[in-house]
Design a protein around this ligand. Structure first.
Ligand code: ZN
Length: 456
């Protein structure tokens, strides 16, 4: 174990965190170079030599590697430094101020998504560097990666790195990323999530054509009417249940940790997959229930509707955009077949056309040393907390790196008392309490140090 002066380390970490919040890295345009240059300076002062790689002017990615003895494969600490936009007039402290109020809340766009995690990763690297310098080697290299462009899909960040500079990271066995580490309550029991999978994106359009005509002479077969029926069917029905590995692990933990009556419901769900009957009875709030339903199936949610221009004209064309999300292991062809079955006669003469963007789903088996270490550190914090593998319905930069063979787990430790962290992401007054940030720094370091020094 290292002898770390934690009061000093936490105060330095907080300075770096607040400094990162002061850079306006709103994406677009990103300007991640501001944050990358700062991190590079901090690393160089500590004797670490980073590499800054620009995918376009100002779009900087930073990678740095702390060498181990090479006996085990590296650990990648990955995070993004771009942020979504903010409306300053809706904030009580300016979004790029890094202000800390009297209660200890640190304000800034990126405070929870995810400059906090990047600062914690940076502190882990700096503290491990001290450890190595004092003659205590690591068994694994630890690679730090600060990425551009996560918020608009990673073309200038993770995807570009995976395409153009994969050799700098692809020897990593595991990566720690955003997407988990927060508290979730089910039936009063607290769980800490670890993101082990992500759904894929497979968007499409529904299009209907028909005869134009005068609005005073109704046409039940008009394009807009047929499209509305198809949209109604997609938006108000579920596609079939598929229990993926991650969801099975999640339901198993719930089954093992809930009181008998509730545990029996999760066991029933695991065995029968009969979500229509079981999920409505589960002791969860409406949002959690919808979230669980989305993790159990492919989904197709109508989000755009275009038809008509004039009140007295029946339009000859109507179009709906559908946000389709695919489970790991499901192909687009299987999804297509499920959609046609669900649309049934409402789909007749409605044409389905895929949007070109297709981000595949992914899944990482969480079983292994890294998860064991995370569980161990969590148990030392509070033995009543359970680690819950989750399948995220959206996406992160993990999508770019899992195809390289890296096992990406989403885990950025947040105190179990901080129940609102993820709701503050992308919201007005995004903020993180200093104590929560300190918890993140200490726990991240504990996990990284133990994992990088323990025999496999
Ligand atoms: Zn993020």
């Amino acid at each position: 174990m290292s002898s770390i002066n934690w009061p000093d380390a936490l105060s330095v970490g907080t300075q770096h965190f607040r400094a990162l919040l002061r850079f306006d890295t709103t994406n677009p345009p990103g300007n991640e170079r501001l944050a990358a240059d700062y991190i590079a300076r901090v690393m160089q002062e500590a004797g670490i030599e980073p590499l800054i790689l620009e995918s376009a002017p100002g779009r900087a990615n930073l990678v740095a590697r702390l060498k181990g003895d090479g006996s085990l494969p590296p650990l990648l600490l990955m995070g993004h430094v771009d942020v979504v936009s903010a409306e300053p007039d809706k904030w009580t402290h300016p979004p790029f101020s890094g202000d800390c109020d009297a209660a200890g809340q640190i304000f800034g766009r990126g405070a929870v998504d995810m400059k906090n995690t990047v600062a914690a990763h940076l502190m882990s690297l700096l503290l491990l560097k001290q450890r190595v310098a004092s003659g205590q080697p690591l068994k694994r290299d630890v690679i730090f990666l600060a990425l551009a462009d996560e918020e608009t899909g990673g073309e200038f960040g993770a995807k570009w790195m995976a395409r153009a500079h994969a050799h700098l990271i692809s020897d990593a066995e595991y990566a720690l990323n955003e997407g988990g580490g927060g508290v979730m309550q089910v039936n009063g029991q607290r769980y800490i999530t670890i993101q082990a999978g992500e759904k894929g994106t497979s968007r499409f359009y529904l299009r209907a054509r028909g005869n134009p005509g005068h609005g005073s002479v109704p046409q039940p077969q008009a394009s807009i009417v047929r499209l509305a029926a198809a949209v109604q069917r997609l938006g108000s029905n579920y596609l079939p249940v598929h229990l993926t590995q991650t969801v099975r692990s999640c339901l198993t933990v719930l089954m093992q940790t809930q009181p008998p009556a509730v545990a029996a419901m999760f066991a029933d769900l695991l065995q029968t997959g009969d979500a229509d009957r079981i999920v409505p009875q589960l002791p969860m709030d409406d949002f959690e229930r919808r979230m669980l339903q989305a993790q159990l199936r492919n989904t197709a949610m109508p989000t755009i509707f275009h038809a008509g221009r004039q009140l007295n004209v029946i339009p000859d064309f109507a179009e709906a955009g559908i946000d389709g999300r695919l489970l790991p292991g499901c192909t687009r062809e299987e999804f297509h077949a499920e959609l046609l079955t669900l649309l049934g006669d409402a789909g007749c003469d409605v044409q389905l056309e895929w949007h070109p963007h297709f981000g595949p789903a992914l899944e990482t088996d969480p079983a292994g040393l890294l998860t064991n270490v995370i569980r161990e550190v969590l148990a030392e914090t509070d033995p009543a907390l359970h680690l819950l593998p989750t399948l995220v319905t959206g996406g992160t930069d993990a999508k770019a790196f899992v195809p390289l063979g890296i096992k990406v787990l989403g885990y950025s430790p947040q105190p179990p008392t901080d129940t609102d962290t993820f709701n503050r992401a992308h919201a007005h007054d995004e903020r993180l309490h200093t104590d929560s940030f300190h918890y993140c720094v200490r726990n991240t370091f504990e996990i990284v140090e133990r994992f990088a020094t323990r025999s496999a």
